[in-house]
Unconditional design. Structure first.
Length: 402
């Protein structure tokens, strides 16, 4: 067997299904060809005749799949740090939103920005994810709330994928809030009858998202958006049950959504329907922390029903101004009681499923893209246990340093 590169003398957390825990290989190696993994296993089981063009001694370092952030609002303009002070003074997220802050405040600033400005500011933020070994990231629109700006945001996300050495999944989040210049019915018509068909035709998004909440869209309105999305071949995701239980978890499952995200108020029955539909539960501890919430998502119900758990940063300018997926995973352990194994799978294998890219990345297995994080540590606990700069040695995307 010939390969381009052989990564050897490493501790490998494959995160592969069918292996116990994180699928650890104590003294392992990874062979790649044309950017894909062709073999992974113990060095003692290395295939006879394996010839590598380049052999890299990892000196006992830990290798994990490249990390995956499956929920971000990375592209936006403006600053909402003043809302932090308002929340400290006692205002709630809903009160700030009803007073013209929140999403609508970001809308005004984002509408005034050019595509280049949106892309360049997002690229600066994206460097924080690269420094943490992230190789795949989801980026939502949703701060334009009009045709021109939403298209600019999605075009900027596509441009970042081409220019930033990062696998990007773009999500159209038109159903984020009602813009002040349109009625509910007019805006829903714009989303369903014009935006979704145009976005699908131009391949500007991989999925469609919505915010199902009392301050945003009702379940029947989200169902209308999802029906339009699926009619045009787009997958769906949902911001669900963050502030109240509107049945968002069950709604997401009804449409076989890739994921339902937040879920603090989701019912046990809603989680059970998600498990049956293979809809991933995405936990967003950053928003929980920033909003000083006290209601935790029903993690025990997720475990008992077999509903897979992923973790996202929810990076956004107001309710989760966090540029660290590692910190988000750390907080999921501390606040929500996730185990170390659950946290690691939540930012690798399960996060890939939440984005519909598990056939390509998220685990270290033959046939997958060679997306790796190589750490200056030999223990997965050390990578997530510390808060601060990541102990990253090398980030590998499609087989090459990135």
């Amino acid at each position: 067997m010939e390969c381009d590169r052989l990564w050897t003398n490493a501790r490998i957390a494959t995160c592969a299904p069918g292996r116990a825990g994180l699928g650890m290989i104590g003294d392992g190696a990874i062979a790649t060809a044309n950017g894909r993994i062709v073999w992974c296993g113990s060095r003692a089981e290395q295939p006879a005749g394996l010839v590598a063009g380049d052999t890299i001694d990892c000196a006992g370092r830990l290798i994990t799949p490249g990390l995956i952030d499956c929920h971000t609002h990375l592209i936006f303009a403006g600053d909402r740090s003043g809302e932090f002070a308002r929340r400290l003074a006692g205002e709630t997220y809903a009160e700030i939103a009803r007073g013209g802050g929140g999403i609508v405040a970001s809308m005004r600033a984002t509408r005034a920005a050019t595509e280049a400005e949106l892309k360049n500011s997002a690229a600066k933020r994206l460097s924080a994810w690269k420094a943490e070994g992230v190789t795949t990231i989801e980026i939502k629109s949703g701060y334009g709330l009009d045709e021109a700006t939403e298209l600019r945001m999605l075009a900027a996300a596509r441009a970042l994928e081409a220019e930033a050495a990062m696998r990007v999944r773009a999500t159209y989040l038109g159903a984020h809030a009602i813009p002040p210049d349109l009625t509910r019915e007019a805006y829903l018509g714009l989303i369903c009858d014009r935006m979704i068909p145009r976005i699908a035709e131009q391949s500007l998004a991989d999925a469609v998202d919505g915010f199902c909440e009392s301050i945003a869209f009702a379940p029947d309105e989200i169902a209308r958006v999802f029906t339009a999305a699926q009619a045009h071949g787009l997958k769906v995701k949902l911001h669900a049950d963050q502030l109240s239980d509107l049945g968002g978890a069950a709604l997401a499952a009804r449409f076989a959504a890739l994921s339902a995200d937040h879920l603090e108020y989701a019912s046990a029955s809603g989680i059970a329907t998600m498990a049956s539909a293979n809809t991933i539960a995405v936990l967003l501890p950053g928003a929980y922390y920033v909003l000083r919430e006290t209601r935790m998502p029903p993690v025990d119900a997720m475990r008992s029903t077999g509903c897979a758990i992923a973790i996202g940063s929810d990076c956004n300018p107001g309710t989760s101004p966090i540029l660290s997926l590692r910190l988000s995973a750390h907080m999921a352990c501390v606040f929500f009681g996730l185990t170390l194994e659950e946290a690691w799978l939540g930012i690798t294998r399960n996060a890939a499923m939440a984005l519909g890219v598990s056939a390509e990345t998220g685990t270290i297995e033959a046939g997958k893209s060679c997306d790796l994080a190589i750490w200056d540590e030999d223990d997965p606990a050390s990578v997530l246990g510390w808060i601060g700069p990541a102990p990253l040695h090398r980030r590998i995307l499609k087989g090459f340093d990135a």
